[in-house]
Each structure stands twice: as structure tokens, then as C-alpha cells.
Design a protein. Structure first.
Lengths: 315, 279
């Protein structure tokens, strides 16, 4: 297990380097001059001389690779720089907005699992039936619907027509009333993907010899499905949770904006509108690191839950 | 179940044929100029003259949706074409030559997929600016990795096969082997993946345009139309609902088409479930 972990961590180093190169290149290629952006205030465009002075002082005139190495050195120490607009630390802005996103994602994750696991099992057990057909059609529809449109459909129904939930906002620290609609939107979209995975996984397990053996021993179908098949079919769910999470993170970019949810998706879009490059760059790095750590964590869990893999060194 | 996929496949072909027809004939089908603002006619309900009503600037929503087909199909097909070509070139090179080349290319791919896809697209647009060209570029950067991985693993599968060894021992050049022996073998799964991608790319483009970062007004684009509809949600929900139906129809059609092609061409395809784009 330890050697596996070590291998994985070492393999991550070149990827991390690539991530920073890609991020920094985009930042470097952006049109417009950060010095000019920083010095533009309410009084209008800045004095060209002041811009030149600022550039020289902050070292913006150095060649790209020097800038990159200097930047990487800072990032490695956890310093993501300062926001152009608020002047605050980028790392603070990201952490502040990540909490609401995490909150929303966790609730959406639960919703999506509550929908997709039972539906997946039912579809697999009754393969080829009307219920299976309905499940497949719904999941196909679910992945085809834009999530922001689904969000507005839910808003029109629950907030405007029935008037039982708020249209948008964070409420009192993200209370349940404000959480329901965004979580439902993301949960439904994610369930469309994972329901199908659950079905496939369940079908695969149902074809195994030990299921045939369990049936041959005369066990009731209920116990075959719930005790023997489900336990094994749930293994890929561990991977599913990870996939779901990235899916939810992706969805949050737009859905958070629709619901004015102060998460990392909103932060990202807001920073793009105000051309707040350090924040965009910070979000990119933070999210990619998050994805990488999550994938690693899932790999570890997966091996832990599946003893058959424990003795391999893994590749 | 088979019948369901079959029916879906036929419906999808029919729908896409209709869409292509509408895209070509948009200027004859659409009753009005999609970009012509008529302030005296703003926010009208559906009528004989304006089948789906008018928007906040008095533009015909039906005409805008019909012209929007052109924009969405163009973006979807062009992005998929370019990212498939890029991904294929990278995957072929990595898989065929192996070694250090493979390592280098695959680490780049790993880095790209470690960004949540829509955030990568957002960042590209955030740094390089909005507009249709950067929108397409951002979607290509998100999309190409899937093809690269698919092609690479297919090449690795093929590498040990006898027919390749025969070709190598006959002294065929690398380029000849790649184009004549490897490519025809991976085309089916590539086609499945590409078809399934079209829908997701269209969804991604609509999402970014909805945020005001993709196709810019006054060009009729469905995501942007929904962005326009936001302030009028309470009074004119239809303005929000119609473009959404259009997007869902197109994406659904391409997804069904992809499923159908897979069942026919490539039953054990690796292309399934690749997508986590929004997606």
C-alpha cells in the first residue's frame, strides 16, 4: 500500500508541473497589461509613466521564464497573490467561496446517489422491462438537458408558480430553503450519469458465477440481489462518488451563477467579468489540485474496499 | 431494449436531417430578420405573425431559434472535428512511438484532464477574452484529451497483433503503418466518441454563451438568448423555455445518434461514459 502511494505521488510531480505551465501560459498570453489594469482607478486610465515605473518595480519586464519561475516559487509557498479588484488575498477569496460550493456539492451528491442507486438497481434487475426503458430514457434526457435551463424550470415551478421556495440567494448562511433548488438541479443532472453506471455495474455483477451459485442454492431473489449482488456492485460507486463530484463541480460553474450562490463557480465568473486574472489563475490551480487529490483519495479507498487489488503494486 | 435504441436512432437521424435542412434554409424559413430590433413590439406573446413571440428588443424568437441552429451546429461540428484531429494525432504519436514521447504527451493529457472541464474553458476565455473564436478554442482544449486517450489505448492494443508485425517486417514506413493499418481499425470507436461529443460541445458552448462569455449579441445563439431572458423570467417565462427546448432537442438527437452508431459499429466501445463535461 505504501509503495503504491509513493509511486502515485511521484507520478503526480510532472503533472503538477504541466498544470502550472498551462495555467501560467494562459495568464501570460492574456491581452492587456496587468500593470495598467492595477493602476486604472476611478480617475480613468493611468499615467503611462506610472505604468512603466510600476512594471519595472514589480519586475513585469522580465522574460517569461523568469516570471514563471518566480511565480511558481511563490505558489509553492501557498502565495497566490492579490486580487485586482478587492485587493484581498486570492487564497482567502478561494477558501471563502469553496465552503458554500462544498456544502452544495455534498447535498447534491446525496440527492444524486439517492436517485441513481435505486433506479440503477431496479433497471438492472428488471432488464428490458418498461421500468428499465423509462430509466434509460430519463438518463439520456438528463444528460441532454442544459443544467442552467433545468434550474430555471425548477425556479419557474417552485419559486414563481407555487411560491414555496426562494428564487435565488444564499439566505442565512446557506439555509436549507435556499439550498434545495440548486442542490436538486445539480443532483438530478449528476444522477442521470451515475444511474446508468450503477445499472451497468449491477448487470455485470448479476452475470457472475457466484450469483448463479446463490440462485442454485435456492436463495430468494431478494437476498440474491440485495445481499450478494449489491455489495459487489456498490464497489464502483466509490469511483462514482469521485466522478460525481467533478461532475457537480462542473455544474456548479453555471448553476451557482443562476442561483447567486456565493461559491467558487460564482467567484470564477465574477472574476472573469472583472478581468481579475490572479483570482482566475488561483481558481484554476486550486480546482486542479482538488481534482487530483480527490482522484488519489478515491484510488486509495478503492484499493482499500477491494482486497483483491491490495496485493498488486499497481501501475 | 434493442428496439428502443433502434427507434431512437431513426428518430435521431430524422431530427438531425431536419436540423441541417433548417440550418441551410434558415433565411427562407424564418419569417423575420433575427437581429432586427423593433422596440414597439417588445415582449409580445406568441401570435400568428410571431409564432414564439418576441424578446425584450422586439426580435422574433422563432427566427432567432431557427438561425441559432446554424451557430450551434457549426460550433459543435467544427470543435469536434478539430479536437478529434488533434487528439488523434497526439494519441497516435504517443501510442505508436511509446517511450519518452508517450510519457510526455500523456502527462500533458493528465494535466488537461485535471482541470474540471468547464472551469478550464472558463479560464481560457477569462484570459483570452470572449467571442466565438476563443469559445471554440476553449472547447477544443477541453475536448481533445478524450480522443488522445482513446486512440492511444487502441494503438497499444493493436501493437502486438500479427498483421502489424507483418507490415513492420515487410519494411513498411511508420506513416504507412499508421495511416493504412492502425487508423482504419480505430475509426469506428473514434466516430462513436465524436458523435457523442457533438451534443456535449453544444451544451458547453450554450453554457458559456449563457454566462455572456461565448457567442456575443446580436448573433442569435440559444444560450445567449436564455441569458437575455433572465430579467423577464417572472413575466415572460416562455422566452426562457423555448431556447432550452431547442438545445435539449439537438443534444438529445446527437446522443441518440451516438448510441445507435455504437450499437452498430462498436459494441464493446470504450467511448461509453467518458464524459464528465457538463456533461
Amino acid at each position: 500500500m505504501l509503495s503504491f502511494l509513493f509511486r502515485r505521488l511521484v507520478l503526480l510531480l510532472p503533472v503538477l508541473l504541466m498544470i502550472s505551465i498551462i495555467s501560467f501560459s494562459l495568464f501570460y498570453l492574456s491581452p492587456g497589461d496587468p500593470a495598467e489594469v492595477l493602476l486604472t482607478g476611478p480617475q480613468g486610465p493611468p499615467d503611462p509613466k506610472a505604468v512603466e515605473e510600476f512594471r519595472a518595480r514589480e519586475g513585469f519586464n522580465d522574460p517569461a521564464h523568469v516570471l514563471f519561475i518566480r511565480w511558481l516559487y511563490k505558489v509553492a509557498q501557498g502565495d497566490l497573490g492579490y486580487s485586482y479588484t478587492s485587493g484581498g488575498k486570492v487564497s482567502d477569496a478561494i477558501l471563502d467561496s469553496f465552503l458554500p460550493t462544498l456544502r452544495l456539492s455534498l447535498i447534491s451528491l446525496i440527492i444524486s446517489l439517492l436517485i441513481s442507486i435505486p433506479l440503477g438497481i431496479l433497471s438492472a434487475v428488471r432488464k428490458g422491462s418498461a421500468i428499465d426503458g423509462l430509466g434509460l430514457s430519463l438518463s439520456l434526457l438528463g444528460v441532454s438537458v442544459p443544467n442552467f435551463w433545468l434550474a430555471y424550470l425548477l425556479i419557474i415551478l417552485f419559486a414563481l408558480k407555487l411560491d414555496i421556495l426562494p428564487v435565488a440567494g444564499y439566505g442565512n448562511g446557506g439555509d436549507i430553503e435556499h439550498l434545495i433548488l440548486p442542490a436538486l438541479t445539480l443532483g438530478i443532472s449528476a444522477a442521470a450519469v451515475t444511474g446508468r453506471m450503477m445499472r451497468t455495474s449491477m448487470l455485470e455483477v448479476m452475470g457472475q458465477d457466484y450469483i448463479v451459485a446463490a440462485r442454485a442454492r435456492g436463495l430468494p431473489e431478494r437476498s440474491v440481489v440485495l445481499k450478494h449482488a449489491l455489495r459487489n456492485a456498490l464497489l464502483p460507486v466509490v469511483t462514482m462518488v469521485g466522478l460525481n463530484f467533478t461532475y457537480l463541480l462542473n455544474g456548479s460553474a453555471v448553476v451557482e451563477t443562476v442561483f447567486a450562490w456565493p461559491g467558487i463557480g460564482s467567484l470564477m465568473t465574477r472574476s472573469i467579468y472583472s478581468r481579475d486574472y490572479p483570482v482566475i489563475l488561483g481558481c484554476m490551480l486550486f480546482l486542479s489540485l482538488l481534482t487530483i487529490s480527490l482522484n488519489l483519495l478515491i484510488d486509495i479507498c478503492y484499493r482499500y474496499c477491494n482486497p483483491r487489488l491490495m496485493h498488486e503494486t499497481g501501475s | 431494449m434493442k428496439q428502443g435504441v433502434d427507434l431512437g436512432f431513426k428518430l435521431a437521424i430524422l431530427t438531425i436531417a431536419c436540423l441541417i435542412f433548417l440550418a441551410i434554409t434558415a433565411s427562407w424559413i424564418a419569417p423575420h430578420d433575427p437581429e432586427k430590433a423593433q422596440p414597439q413590439l417588445r415582449l409580445k406573446n406568441p401570435s400568428y405573425e410571431y409564432p414564439l413571440g418576441t424578446d425584450h428588443l422586439g426580435r422574433c424568437i422563432f427566427s432567432r431559434i431557427v438561425f441559432g441552429i446554424r451557430v450551434s451546429l457549426f460550433i459543435g461540428l467544427a470543435v469536434v472535428l478539430f479536437s478529434a484531429l488533434l487528439g488523434m494525432a497526439m494519441g497516435l504519436t504517443a501510442g505508436y512511438f511509446g517511450g519518452l514521447v508517450d510519457e510526455a504527451i500523456m502527462r500533458v493529457v493528465d494535466a488537461f484532464i485535471s482541470f474540471p472541464s468547464i472551469f478550464l474553458a472558463l479560464a481560457v476565455i477569462g484570459f483570452l477574452g470572449s467571442g466565438i473564436v476563443n469559445l471554440m478554442l476553449s472547447l477544443i482544449l477541453v475536448d481533445w484529451t478524450g480522443y488522445a486517450r482513446l486512440v492511444r489505448s487502441s494503438v497499444l492494443d493493436l501493437k502486438g497483433k500479427e498483421f502489424l508485425e507483418a507490415a513492420i517486417s515487410l519494411g513498411a514506413s511508420d506513416l504507412y503503418i499508421m495511416s493504412r493499418h492502425i487508423l482504419p481499425n480505430i475509426l469506428p470507436s473514434l466516430l462513436v466518441m465524436a458523435t457523442l461529443s457533438v451534443g456535449y460541445v453544444i451544451l458547453g458552448a450554450a453554457s458559456l454563451s449563457f454566462l455572456g462569455l461565448g457567442v456575443q449579441p446580436p448573433t442569435p445563439e440559444w444560450g445567449a438568448m436564455m441569458n437575455d431572458a433572465r430579467p423577464f423570467l417572472r413575466t415572460h417565462p416562455l422566452m426562457m423555455i423555448f431556447p432550452g427546448i431547442a438545445i435539449t432537442t439537438v443534444v438529445l438527437a446527437f446522443n441518440l445518434l451516438g448510441e445507435g452508431i455504437r450499437v452498430r459499429l462498436d459494441p464493446k466501445s470504450r467511448a461509453e461514459g467518458r464524459y464528465d463535461f457538463d456533461r
